[in-house]
Every structure is written in C-alpha cells, then in structure tokens.
Design a protein around this ligand. Sequence first.
Ligand SMILES: Cc1ncc(COP(=O)(O)O)c(C=O)c1O
Length: 362
Amino acid sequence: MANKLFIPGPTEVRKEILDELARPQIGHRTEGFKKLFGSLKPGLREVFYTQNDILISTSSGSGFWESSIRCCVNKKILVAVNGAFSKKYADVAEACGREVVRIKYEDGQAVKPEEVEEALSKDGFEAFAMAHNETSTGVCSRMEPIANVMKKYPNVLWFVDAVSSLGGIKLEVDKLGIDFCFTSSQKAFALPPGIAMASISPRSYEKAMNVPGKGYYFNILDLKKEYDSDQTPYTPSIPHLYALQKQLERIKVEGIENRFRRHQEMAEYTRAWVKKVGLVMFSEEGYHSNTVSCISNIKAIDFKAVKKELSAKGFSIDSGYGKMNEKLEASGKPNTFRIAHMGDLTLEEIKELTSELERFIS
Ligand SMILES: Cc1ncc(COP(=O)(O)O)c(C=O)c1O
C-alpha cells in the first residue's frame, strides 16, 4: 500500500480519480474530445470565480510562470519575493531576459500592499507578480488590499501564482481583477501532477499581441485560438482531462464553499494542535495558510527519524523547504516542517496524522 500523502504536493489522489486515468484513450481531434474539453469550462470558471478563459496546459504550474512572462512582459516586471517559490518566479523572469525588480520580504512574511504601492509608484512596470500562497513558508497573503493598490495602476498587469491555494482557498479572480492566475493539478485540485490551469484576462491577451518572442508551447494566443473551439494546439494529457472532469463533478457535489470550509477546519485544527504540543507556527501571525502549515521545530525534533517512522506507518509528511531550512540552521535558528491539509484530505485524516506525530513530540 502506498503512503497517504500529507505533503504540499503532489497531494493524495482518491481512487475514483485514479480510475479515470485508466480510461480508453480517444483522439484529440474528435468530437468526443471537444465534448470533454468543453465540459470542463463551467466548473473551472466556478472554482476560479471568473468569466475569463481558463487555459489548460500539459505541464506543471511552472509552465505558466514562463508563459505569463514571455507572453505579457516586454521589458520590466515587479515581483514580490517572500519565499522559495516567489523567488523562483522572479528567477524565471530573469531567465527569460526580463528586467526584474524584487520586493524582498523575510521568509515567513506575507506580501503587503504598502510595499507594492511604493514600488509601483516609483517605476514603470508592465506587470506585478506574486504567490498568493507561499508553499515554502505556509503564508497566505491577503489579496483585497493588494487589489486596491493594483486598481490605481491600470496599465500594470497582475500575475498571481495560486499553485498551492486555488481550489482550497477562495480566490475571486474577477472581483480582485487578477489578469493571469494559475494553478497546478497536483495541489488543492488533488489530481496527479501533469496539467496546469490559468485564467487569462482580455487585457493579458491584448498585451500578448504586442510582445514578440512568445515562444511556442506556452503561447497564450495559440492556446486561446484552439480553446475557443474546445481544442488544444497539441496533444494534451487526455487522462488528466478525464480526471479533472471527475474532480469538478466531485467539487460540485461537495460545494466549493464547503471545500474551502473543510480546508479552513483542517488548518485551524492543525494550528491548535501546534499550540497544544508546545510548538509555534513559522508563518506570520494573521497570514497562516489554510492549505499548508509550516511549523517551527523549536523542540529540535529529529525530523529525519520521525519521517522514517511515520512512513513505516503509512504517512508521508514533509520537512521544511530544503534551502530555507539550511539557511535557518546556519543562522542558529530552529528549522521547520510542514503539514499539508490540502486537496481531498479530511479532518479525520489530519487527526490520525497528528495523533501519530504527537508521540514523537511529547
Ligand atoms: C507556490 C508554488 N508555485 C509554483 C510551484 C511550481 O509548480 P509545479 O511544481 O507545478 O511546476 C510550486 C510547487 O510546489 C508552488 O508551491
């Protein structure tokens, strides 16, 4: 039996979803495919809270880091860096040859509107990029105050990496005015890794028309052209699309608001448990994530040993993000570990995990 995954991606995938991956294949230039692809649109729009197109790429979420930059930025982008993944977003922009200005936060801190406003007021940027939920530190930034700042800069596109939040934490794309918002299948959607989904605003398409060198695979204008007739420019992962269709049905049955509530309950339970066993959260107070808890290992628990023992009992959990832990240890601070309560996991399953974990902590 495989271990149950309490790691922040890939998350646990239920049997009914796995079964969808084993369906007989169909050609991707058939009516059957068009029906499948078209059936995904309404459900995705509900989860993203948008009327925008939601493009699907056969890649992991990183593909849309590159896509947002190569398609919608000619020269200069502002990126908020508050952990390992937002740092990577900035690094990708640089790797694509763009000029990058970083707003730097300490690990564990959330992105705040004040710094975004200050940076935008000083310089001319084409876009501002950030991670909604920093998976490395378990920090979820508040989006409304940042949206209020973005509204003052109508020529700046807003890119939001919602890889570890979308589908688990409410993120209202249209209400907030997010231009490019993307997620990966293997996080709160609780599908196997392999596809990524991105909501694209009309302004993003307009901008893309004026950006040369968009490349091939992640060109949103090519994806859009095919999307409009329920097609993809190249062969997609059809098994993943069946799995996504099933998952959207399951989300409808659960109710999207109930799904968010379940994540909140699992997160609140975990945070209370952290307090009960005498540990502390690493993430800034008031910005704890509802999909992943990052915990300061102030009791210097030998996590390698714990992980091994838990694994023998069928639970997989994650240490803190590698490089960040190394940095913390080098400066004499406690390292971290993470419990993901993401996707289709239930409160009961989180309780089973924490009661096993507790034996090592007390
Ligand atoms: C916040 C965030 N952004 C981006 C990524 C990269 O996504 P992927 O691994 O799907 O390419 C991750 C992966 O964990 C992530 O947590």
